[in-house]
Write a protein that binds this ligand. Structure first.
Ligand SMILES: NC(=O)c1ccc[n+]([C@@H]2O[C@H](COP(=O)([O-])OP(=O)(O)OC[C@H]3O[C@@H](n4cnc5c(N)ncnc54)[C@H](O)[C@@H]3O)[C@@H](O)[C@H]2O)c1
Length: 278
């Protein structure tokens, strides 16, 4: 259902790779709500991905940009303002990648070149995106910037590896830059901490299937889907959340505040009983 929440608003959406991507679902929902946007992704992802299909579907232009390159980001922001005919109201940073995770390197045996690359892509890119927007004075007053994160920034999830540190850094950047963006430009900056979601990035995490079903059993409302995340993001881009800023907002069916659930306890006791009966 559409509520026209984003009518007249213009933005940039990073990170739509395929129809499972959270950014893909967000682009579809933003389009339904009347928002106009430019889609962007790393040049290499564009060759592999299906972004042109999404662009056709939503009437968006696509501008390649490696989010670690200041030059690419400057060009992206300039071109976006030209295409959209003025300043920007919303930005979604939906980018994450760890080389250590991809190559199966455990947290206790990092290859630091890879760690640095992951930090640059997953966290520092958010600073670079915001600094580029800030310096170009590219955001309209009461605009909204959102990045996606995961609760491993607060609690230990051993297989989340160095992405946990990247997410902690990302969330801190949201607060620190959000202060200046709020004070000087009246722009809000938040992160959404999303449930495990079956996407390309999500499924790269070792033991993801166990991860997702554990979270499902722990959460009173079940895991938030990519569409749930898209809907939440739409509210944060809308004028209904004008003074929500510097926040890390959980979209996780309640997972983050549950110690243990009946369903998880039941599964644990059943497996313990089976162990004893052996
Ligand atoms: N899937 C989950 O379980 C989950 C849970 C919480 C948070 N998140 C976060 O959601 C965000 C989106 O991930 P997703 O799950 O939709 O997976 P995804 O794989 O569909 O999206 C990740 C995107 O990052 C892009 N990217 C990688 N390197 C880049 C670069 N140098 N420049 C520009 N873009 C680059 C990829 O091309 C891809 O489009 C990420 O920040 C991820 O950490 C995901």
């Amino acid at each position: 259902m559409s509520y026209n929440l984003l009518k007249g608003k213009k933005g940039i959406i990073f990170g739509a790779l395929d129809p499972n991507s959270i950014a893909w679902k967000t682009a579809e929902r933003v389009h339904e709500e009347g928002g106009e946007f430019v889609l962007t992704n790393a040049p290499i992802a564009m060759r592999m991905g299906q972004i042109n299909k999404l662009a056709e579907q939503t009437g968006a232009k696509v501008i390649p940009a490696d989010a670690t390159s200041e030059e690419d980001l400057k060009n992206l922001v300039e071109q976006s303002m030209e295409i959209l005919g003025g300043k920007i109201d919303f930005v979604l940073h939906s980018i994450g990648m760890s080389v250590n995770v991809r190559k199966g390197r455990p947290y206790t045996d990092q290859k630091y070149d890879w760690t640095q690359k992951g930090t640059d892509v997953s966290a520092m890119s958010f600073h670079k995106v915001m600094q580029t927007l800030f310096k170009a004075d590219a955001m309209n007053e009461w605009g909204s910037i959102v990045a996606l994160t995961y609760m491993a920034a607060q609690r230990v999830f051993p297989d989340y590896n160095d992405m946990a540190d990247n997410k902690a850094y990302l969330e801190s950047i949201a607060r620190s830059f959000g202060y200046f963006f709020g004070r000087d430009k009246k722009v809000r900056v938040n992160t959404i901490s999303q449930s495990p979601t079956p996407t390309t990035a999500g499924q790269g995490v070792k033991g993801f299937d166990g991860f997702i079903s554990y979270a499902e059993k722990m959460s009173p409302l079940g895991n938030a889907t990519a569409l749930d995340c898209a809907n939440y993001t739409v509210t944060l881009f809308s004028d209904l959340t004008k003074r929500v800023t510097l926040q890390n907002l959980y979209n996780d069916g309640g997972f983050s505040n549950v110690g243990v659930s009946d369903a998880v306890m039941e599964a644990f006791i059943t497996s313990q009983e089976a162990e004893i009966a052996k």
